[in-house]
Design a protein around this ligand. Structure first.
Ligand SMILES: [Zn+2]
Length: 179
């Protein structure tokens, strides 16, 4: 038995990973024209509570945000030299309209713990390998969430992982093996 075979029993050594928000350069590009070719829709978020993909926290009431279309796989593939082809998808995300400094670190974002999430694993060529649903109970804390991602990344065929919201399917953040 290799460590890969043991992963379902939870005996695999932790794979180091990093959670990535939308990079500030990309945010700036999206504020000009988004990945669907449209201008961003800027608004004051009166109620707050929307997940911001630039800093991986929830918006606060009164913050100025923009709703834009974002193509996470296309953006990743361009840098990785992959061809996602039909797997390319564009979807709505909230971002800050001004540089916000990004997330505090590369850990699993605190605000997305204890809520269900779908993790989609993609191969190096940009095709999808599998999806994994993690319930709120499974994502109960940092250690548990880290174990879920570690297990997905233990498969050497996985090049990049996308975390998505369960109900709307919106892209939430990207996960890669730590550099
Ligand atoms: Zn932000």
């Amino acid at each position: 038995m290799t460590t890969t075979h043991n992963q379902e029993q939870g005996t695999t050594a932790e794979i180091e990973f990093e959670v990535l928000a939308i990079d500030e350069d990309v945010v700036a590009q999206l504020m000009v024209v988004d990945d669907a070719g449209n201008a961003p829709r800027v608004k004051v978020d009166d109620e707050g509570g929307n997940p911001l993909r630039c800093c991986l926290r929830l918006s606060r009431p009164g913050e100025q945000v923009a709703l834009v279309s974002y193509a996470p796989l296309r953006r990743w593939a361009k840098a990785a030299g992959a061809e996602p082809g039909a797997y390319d998808e564009v979807g709505p995300v909230f971002i800050h309209t001004e540089p916000c400094g990004g997330p505090a670190g590369n850990r699993f974002p605190e605000v997305f713990l204890r809520s269900p999430r779908v993790f989609r694993a993609y191969r190096a060529d940009g095709s999808i390998l599998r999806g994994r649903l993690a319930t709120a109970e499974v994502l109960k804390d940092q250690a548990a969430a880290g174990q879920v991602l570690s297990r997905i990344l233990a498969d050497p065929r996985v090049a990049v992982v996308q975390a998505r919201a369960l109900e709307f399917g919106c892209f939430t953040f990207e996960v890669r093996r730590a550099a």
